[in-house]
Ligand binder design. Structure first.
Ligand code: ZN
Length: 284
């Protein structure tokens, strides 16, 4: 089983996506706190190689808090790229995309001392209809983990559609559960009971994928310190401000206390196998 983390600053990124600011200070203390919790979980893995995993980090964390990226790297984890800002990539110009990929990669490499091989688009939102954005990924990365699917055949068809020669695709597994398209990670893992997680792991194996779970720092423990305050949301107008205030509770608090137990329980039956870069070297 593989575990990867989308290492991003929830507070900063939500304000940017809502147009409250373009950019501003991160919450470094909180990111350090969350990283330490996550690292402890990795270290509980029985085999040595699984004590390391993959952290898809935004470029701006590397730029503003390079010592944290260095620490993650020094602890043996793979640093991968989660774009420069936590932005949707669909609909953006090739120039803007390439510029941000290069910036992010440079900041992450300079902070970590590692060569960056992996990429995952924020919200998995990268153009999957037209090959242009994927061709740019191919120019800078060894593998991508932004494609979501249920079967191996879909990966094969997608690689052809994107006209990919070298870029490897490590997909996120998706399956229908109670008529919903569900994934092995994020809110699904947090909100649904343990048997769901276990069932998804088995479904993933049945479809020929080594189970791969993805999570975010704000899903570990109570994360209300990441919350964008009512006062900061005020500029959006009352209705929207109330909506986003409540919506954050789902991400930052609701059932967060169940995650660690589910993950550790799962890890007691399924060993973690290491970094996604290692996995990418095992596939064609
Ligand atoms: Zn993300």
């Amino acid at each position: 089983m593989y575990l990867s983390i989308d290492f991003e600053d929830f507070n900063h990124d939500l304000k940017r996506s809502l147009g409250i600011w373009e950019t501003g200070p991160l919450k470094p203390n909180l990111l350090w706190e969350k990283y330490n919790i996550i690292n402890e979980i990795y270290k509980k893995n029985k085999s040595k190689e699984g004590k390391s995993g993959t952290f898809f980090c935004t470029g701006i964390i590397a730029l503003n808090e390079p010592s944290l990226i260095k620490r993650i790297s020094d602890d043996g984890h793979e640093i991968a790229c989660h774009y420069n800002y936590h932005d949707v990539m669909n609909g953006k110009s090739d120039y803007e995309i390439e510029n941000n990929l290069v910036k992010a990669k440079e900041s992450l490499e300079s902070a970590s001392g590692q060569t960056i091989h992996g990429f995952r688009a924020p919200y998995f939102a990268i153009d999957k209809q037209n090959p242009k954005q994927y061709k740019l990924l191919e120019k800078y990365f060894t593998y991508d983990s932004s494609f979501i699917c249920t079967t191996k055949k879909e990966v094969e068809i997608f690689r052809k559609q994107m006209n990919l020669k070298n870029l490897k695709i490590l997909p996120i597994f998706q399956h229908k559960f109670a008529k919903l398209n569900c994934r092995l990670g994020g809110s699904y893992l947090k909100l649904f009971p343990y048997f769901y997680t276990n069932w998804m792991v088995n479904m993933s194996l049945e479809n020929g994928f080594i189970p791969h779970i993805y999570l975010h720092p704000y899903e570990f423990g109570n994360s209300e310190k990441f919350q964008v305050s009512k006062n900061e949301l005020k500029v959006l107008g009352r209705w929207k401000a109330n909506f986003w205030y409540l919506r954050q509770k789902q991400w930052l608090k609701f059932r967060n206390d169940t995650l660690k137990f589910k993950l550790e329980n799962l890890m007691s039956f399924n060993n973690l196998d290491g970094t996604l870069y290692n996995l990418s070297s095992l596939i064609n």
